[in-house]
Design a binder for this molecule. Sequence first.
Ligand SMILES: Cc1cc2nc3c(=O)[nH]c(=O)nc-3n(C[C@H](O)[C@H](O)[C@H](O)COP(=O)(O)OP(=O)(O)OC[C@H]3O[C@@H](n4cnc5c(N)ncnc54)[C@H](O)[C@@H]3O)c2cc1C
Length: 385
Amino acid sequence: MYDVIVVGAGPAGSAAARYCATLGLRALIVEEHASVGYPVQCAGLLSTNAFSECNVSEDSVVQVVRGATLHSSEGCELHFDAGRTKAYVVDRGALDREMAENAVSAGADIMLKTYAYDIRDNVLYTKGVDGHREIPFRLLIAADGPRSPIRGIRGMKPPLRFYSGVQADVPYEMAADVVHLYPDASPDFFAYAIPAGEGRVRVGLAGGADVQSRFSSFVRTFSDSCLHQVTGTIPMGVMPRTYGARTLFVGDAAGFAKPTSGGGVYTGVRSSRHAADVAAVCCEEDRFDDFSLSSYESLWSKDFGKELEFGYHFLQMRTNIAAKDINDICRALNTPEIKQMIVEYGDMDRPKELVLRLLKNPTFFRVARTVAKAELRGLLFGGRR
Ligand SMILES: Cc1cc2nc3c(=O)[nH]c(=O)nc-3n(C[C@H](O)[C@H](O)[C@H](O)COP(=O)(O)OP(=O)(O)OC[C@H]3O[C@@H](n4cnc5c(N)ncnc54)[C@H](O)[C@@H]3O)c2cc1C
């Protein structure tokens, strides 16, 4: 019998299995695809912290990022250069495969091309390359992505909402170490252009509506030829309860993508570390009741819960910010002191401190107050939505 079965071999699942195996648990990963890491549904932009959380070599890195430029459709550009590496652009397929290999090296088993479709009496039912299997477990970790079939099987409530993302690698020449952000191209979120090495740029856009048509217009400003297009789902707002019935939900399955950027690798891997710690205690004490599992929620909440709450308020506010406001904000922030502040306090994974500091800028504060008074209260004083 396995101590822990992890469903899904994305970054969160492989990290969970690796941590569990390292803590001495018998762990198995079940992954529906024949190859880990495909299809890729990610821009591959990871902060240096997120990348080091993944605990991999630099083999998957295709580009180093040192700066960013925010473009308003009314012509303002806010550029900053950190002068040092702030993020990496990675090949997500290669990253995911190395993370899965590390889990196996740590002692976890893996079953590929195996789909988990039911759970009865602490037994996971799968079908796949080995036919039908019934695999007993003591604890389940659901790392099965934003649409999480395990969430449905367990009857758990989903994340608060879902955005869609579309991106393509296109041939285009631009500075190799700068990412570009275009909020007006997707009025409830943003679009991006990320250098992807070898004369290619990863052009993408996410949002809550009209995503394909917004993307089609946006990508044409770079190129008419898409080398490779991917689509994906981004959960926004953590599911109301991330544990229950011998199951812990990690990564996108729990809705841990950051509402400020859509990025979910950092929080996904962090959540897996907490899930493994709780799994080890539960297995040691042979207690799997909801009360014992609830310490998982305390751990991730203490780690990054406030950032996600803050991000969700920010997302609500973002929906009300018009192109003219973006232009005003862009101009107001375009001073050497503020750009220095962005370089100093900017943290893709923990943006709260920077945004609170920026709100001290009168124009940024005025726009925030005008467009979303209630959300501003949430941003400043917190509170789960
Ligand atoms: C367009 C786009 C761009 C993005 N860009 C970034 C970015 O630049 N940086 C960043 O940090 N994040 C980004 N994200 C988000 C990031 O991709 C996710 O947050 C991350 O992949 C979540 O990891 P995960 O391990 O939780 O889930 P996933 O990576 O989704 O892995 C889930 C795994 O579970 C498997 N699975 C599902 N159901 C079953 C089942 N029943 N049985 C067996 N296996 C199953 C799936 O095949 C999959 O391999 C982006 C997302 C999109 C859509």
